[in-house]
Every structure is written in structure tokens, then in C-alpha cells.
Ligand binder design. Structure first.
Ligand code: ADP
Ligand code: MG
Length: 267
């Protein structure tokens, strides 16, 4: 259970001396912004409203945890922020770039250069080694210089502490190791924004904690904007900010003045 005090983040409600999320972020650059974002799937009587009037800002160096029950719009929010889905209304701005009205090629370019995705079930290709899984993404996204790719692949696998497992296949790795390969794959493009959908959902607590610690480091140590969607309340202790969703809306947006080290989070 999260015992950390979480201060309300509405204007004027912060206690004196409590930093706002913008002040906490390394630098004051706002990396990602959603303004009045709505998303409706389908039309007519079959229409499903997945997001309604969502306003959100995510700063560089910030670990944002998004909580909410199943069907509350968490995945849709990640997909809209990451340029996988186009919002029906509102705007999304990533790294100063307004995604509204971008064509397929331009959106693809934003995803390729600025955004990394991490999923609950890792989504690694079972017949490729850790190294090949990571290299594949680098190559698919346009970098075909073999030496550079291999060097970068080695680098990111070392960063997730898998330098000694590069030639293992996913089936020869534990769940936590597979998720770290998946994170390395997301990092190979050096994205400023990392979007993680239930990244610890399939892991046992000690392994999940290791993955959370890595994500926290990518935010606090490397200045990336990291969004973690989860239904696990415990993760909020390590977050700089906690957003709660319900029925496609943000129902709470709170700044955590004292995020704990992920290695100390228990669930
Ligand atoms: P969460 O990730 O919080 O479980 P989702 O973002 O996946 O929620 O879904 C939000 C709502 O949008 C749900 O009602 C879901 O059924 C609906 N939805 C999600 N994706 C689609 C889609 N591609 N087509 C139609 N409805 C969708
Ligand atoms: Mg989901």
C-alpha cells in the first residue's frame, strides 16, 4: 500500500514550498502535452467514447503513473500520446511537435524518433535472440548501418544489465529479463518519451521492482519522460505524478512530493 503523502495538484492547492511537477522535472521543458483530447471509436449507436476532454502534461525527467480500472481509457491514452491513434478531438504535442493533422508518414517519423513503447507481455520474437530482437527494431526503423546498429544494441542491452545474455532467446530468459530486452528494444532509438502499458503486470513483485527501478532511472537519471500505465496501486509510491482515470476522463492528477526509490516499493 502506498503510504507516501500525495499532494493535490490543482492550482493553489500545493502547500508552500512544495514544487509543482514542472519545477520537479529536469529542466522546465514540457515534453508532452494533451489538450482537450477525446477519442471515440466507431460511429452511430456503436460509438464508444474511450477518452473525454483529457488535459495532461508530462515533463522531461518525470515518471508518471496512470492508474485506472479496465476499460477506463489508459491504453487509448498511451496510443494517442504516442501517435498510434489519432484523437477525435483536441491536440497532442510531443517534443514541441503538434501531432494534429500530421499525415501517416510524419506520424511514423515521430514514433520512430521520439517514442518508445513497452508492453505487458514483452512482445519479443521468440526465434530471435535478445540482440536480434533489439537490432531488428533499429533496422526496421531505418538504421541499416550494421556497425552502428550492433554497437548501439550492445550498449542498450548493457544498460538494462543484460550484456551477458545477448545471445539468449526469449524462451531462455526469465520474465524480468525478457521485459528488460523489451525496454532495450524501446531504448535503441533513444526516445525522449517512453510509454509503458502494464510493464510489470506479468511479473512477480521482486522482478517487477527491478523493472520499475530501471524505468525510474530512465526518467530521473536520463531525463526521459516515462509514462507507466498500471492497475497496481503500489507503483504510485515511486512516481513523481499519479493520474487516475475513470470512464475516459482524468479524475485525479496528483504530484508526489517524495517519490521513493523503486527498489523500496513492495507489493
Ligand atoms: P484500458 O486500457 O484502461 O483498459 P482502453 O483504452 O483499452 O482501456 O479502452 C477504453 C474503452 O475504449 C473501452 O470501452 C474499450 O472497449 C474501447 N476501445 C478500445 N480500443 C477500441 C477499438 N479499437 N475499437 C473500439 N473500442 C475500443
Ligand atoms: Mg489497457
Amino acid at each position: 500500500m502506498n503510504k507516501q503523502p500525495v499532494a493535490a495538484d490543482s492550482p493553489g492547492s500545493a502547500a508552500p514550498g512544495v514544487a509543482t511537477p514542472e519545477q520537479v522535472s529536469t529542466g522546465s521543458t514540457c515534453r508532452v502535452e494533451a489538450r482537450g483530447v477525446g477519442k471515440v471509436y466507431g460511429s452511430g449507436p456503436a460509438a464508444v467514447t474511450a477518452l473525454q476532454n483529457v488535459d495532461l502534461r508530462i515533463g522531461a525527467g518525470e515518471l508518471l503513473v496512470v492508474l485506472g480500472p479496465s476499460g477506463s481509457g489508459k491504453t487509448t491514452l498511451l496510443n494517442v500520446i504516442g501517435g498510434i491513434e489519432t484523437p477525435t478531438s483536441g491536440r497532442v504535442i510531443v517534443g514541441g511537435r503538434d501531432l494534429t493533422g500530421l499525415d501517416t508518414d510524419a506520424l511514423s517519423e515521430v514514433r520512430r524518433t521520439m517514442v518508445g513503447f513497452v508492453f505487458q507481455f514483452f512482445n519479443l520474437i521468440p526465434t530471435l535472440t535478445a540482440r536480434e530482437n533489439v537490432a531488428l527494431l533499429a533496422e526496421l526503423t531505418g538504421d541499416t548501418r550494421r556497425d552502428t546498429v550492433q554497437q548501439r544494441v550492445q550498449q542498450v542491452l548493457a544498460e538494462v544489465e543484460l550484456a551477458d545474455r545477448v545471445d539468449h532467446f526469449p524462451g531462455q530468459l526469465s520474465g524480468g529479463q525478457q521485459q528488460r530486452v523489451a525496454i532495450a528494444r524501446a531504448l535503441v532509438k533513444q526516445p525522449r518519451l517512453l510509454l509503458c502499458d502494464e510493464p510489470t503486470g506479468a511479473l512477480d513483485p521482486p522482478t517487477g521492482r527491478t523493472v520499475l527501478a530501471l524505468l525510474q532511472h530512465l526518467a530521473h537519471g536520463e531525463g526521459r519522460a516515462v509514462v507507466v500505465v498500471t492497475h497496481n496501486q503500489a507503483l504510485t509510491a515511486a512516481a513523481d505524478r499519479v493520474v487516475r482515470m475513470g470512464s475516459g476522463r482524468i479524475v485525479a492528477d496528483q504530484h508526489n512530493p517524495h517519490p521513493v526509490d523503486a527498489s523500496e516499493v513492495s507489493w
